[in-house]
Ligand binder design. Structure first.
Ligand code: SF4
Length: 225
């Protein structure tokens, strides 16, 4: 059976978050998300339907895949389309790396595509910074399933971050050997917290887990998507 997925947009840009910041990526934005974060500024509801083959042909006619560091699967939540990814990713796997941006809740779906992914950017959603939803159980199951994958955890925080949240994140980092990347929440193109507060939070993390760094959203400073 040929699967299909709804794609909101396909575009080339510079990765602005996390450890591969600054690399040129081809972004494929999938429609649909299983969460409803209150800081979400992404339009992912409308899109065009593609089969794995038609998406492969589209990106090959519009871009030169070999010139990108990697293809970023983003959304929305790309793992909702895991059946599509099972068919699409083998088509590009020998040409470029695959970078998955995920909200780190669909742990069974990750297993289905795990061998086709090179780098995972997995969110830890803090209840203090989203809509209060506690996703920690789902996150833990997800990070457990990331074993053997090049994974980092992205943690968007604001002034309301709690010690309990810091304890959970550093536990995940230590227990699953995951690099933690702190990302201050933005209000438009401006950080919602001061540089001093960022340093204080970084110190509170590194006190418990040294493999933590602070990387703001660089694409907002570069004024690219
Ligand atoms: S998980 Fe990401 S795409 Fe989904 S609602 Fe939250 S911020 Fe938006």
């Amino acid at each position: 059976m040929v699967t299909a997925a709804k794609i909101n947009e396909i575009f080339d840009s510079i990765q602005g978050e996390g450890p591969v910041v600054g690399y040129k990526q081809l972004f494929i934005r999938f429609c649909g998300c299983n969460l409803n974060c209150d800081y979400c500024d992404t339009e992912f509801k409308t899109g065009e339907k593609y089969t794995p083959q038609s998406l492969y042909e589209k990106i090959n006619s519009d871009f030169d895949l070999e010139t990108f560091h990697s293809v970023s699967l983003t959304g929305g939540e790309p793992l909702l389309s895991y059946e599509f990814l099972e068919e699409f990713l083998p088509l590009i796997k020998n040409t470029t790396k695959v970078y998955l941006e995920t909200n780190a809740t669909l742990y069974d779906e990750l297993v289905r595509v795990k061998k086709l992914i090179d780098i995972v950017s997995a969110d830890i959603k803090l209840p203090s910074c989203t809509n209060g939803a506690d996703l920690f159980d789902l996150h833990e199951k997800f990070f457990k399933n990331c074993e053997g994958l090049n994974t980092f955890a992205k943690i968007v925080f604001d002034k309301n971050i709690t010690q309990e949240e810091i304890d959970f994140c550093t536990y995940i980092g230590k227990n699953y050997d995951i690099e933690l990347v702190l990302q201050p929440k933005m209000d438009g193109n401006i950080m919602s917290v001061s540089s001093e507060f960022c340093q204080e939070i970084l110190n509170r993390f590194t006190y418990k887990y040294a493999n933590t760094r602070l990387i703001p959203q660089v694409h907002k400073f570069l004024n690219v998507r």
